[in-house]
Write a protein that binds this ligand. Sequence first.
Ligand SMILES: *[C@@H]1O[C@H](CO)[C@@H](O)[C@H](O)[C@H]1NC(C)=O
Length: 381
Amino acid sequence: MKFSSVALAGAAMGLAHATLTERADITDADILNYALTLEHLEAAFYQEGLKNYTHADFQKAGMQDPFYANLKETASDEQQHVQFLTKALKAAGAKPVEACTYAFPATDVNTFLALGNILEGVGVSAYLGAAASIMDKTYLTAAGSILTTEARHSAYLRASLGEAPAAQAFDNPLDFNEVYTLASMFIASCPDSNGKLPVKAFPALTMPSMAPATTGSKVELMAASGMSTNAKDVYAAFITVTGPVWASLESTGDGKFEVTIPEGVAGQSYVVLTKGNKQASDDNILAGPAIIEVGEPNGPMGVGSQCSGRGSSSMPSMSAWSSMAMPMPTASMSMALGSMPSISASASASSTPVFNGASGKNISGFGAIFGFLAAVAAFLQ
Ligand SMILES: *[C@@H]1O[C@H](CO)[C@@H](O)[C@H](O)[C@H]1NC(C)=O
């Protein structure tokens, strides 16, 4: 493909302009505090998990040594990230945010690991998406050094749970608001003294069903009430580093949609609903992102592969979902790198609603949390 130099210059100018616009409303201190917000969340998540579940619990769930030792190392890494960013902000004369109160929908080792796996993936996407907005090169290197470590955590957890450690050649960047949309599902409240970061959450987009996702398969999505249900001109875009990958979308009414997984997305993928299909940016995102784990239909790590230990026969019934039990057979958790991972796509319960009411839970986006977990559960089926 040939580009004229005029077109190239135009594109370069467009890029420069985009950067300047972004710089106008978010400072390096904001970005560090945004990163610290995520690190606090991750650190608290692992701290809670290590308090809730013992070494023996992890072994019983099939996670053989040295998994537990590596998990403790991961928890320690997140705590060190918190300390590092806190120091860096203080050194720069800025006020570091403090930890919030969190509400993680983890009830056992399996749900804990499934959620941890997703959080690590979001962490990678968050640092990647923020990189271009960081002005100071020292911060950029520091953030890069955290990013690579988060990527190792992510790859290790993915492999431990039977997913491809690196499902594609390029990871997906998420912008500030997209990440905040996902993170805010787990934040119950924050100290007033934290102030407000210049970020906002879009209406949540969740997966109410458990259909395994592969290229060409259809996945049901449900938009939170915040999204205008009579929105016209709605499209679905998967966020990738080279820009949106548009996916076929069908509205089925009541804020529900069916999206067809397009070619060109794999692993932990993010889909947003947009108004119009020219771009997928903060200006036109209507809801999301939703997280969809996309596996290769027949690859060695794909959702369609049928190997021992992960067959559908050992799958608990999907109704377990509505009581928040992650339907993961323990045998599946013991897969080490190198052993044959097996993830069965044959468990069919795609019509079981994941969220059947969480009355009494006063957490905004609580339903979204279930959908959030459902994304990985679907893959782990
Ligand atoms: C730990 O246990 C508490 C109490 O049951 C629960 O509220 C919390 O969500 C759990 N956290 C994790 C990460 O498992």
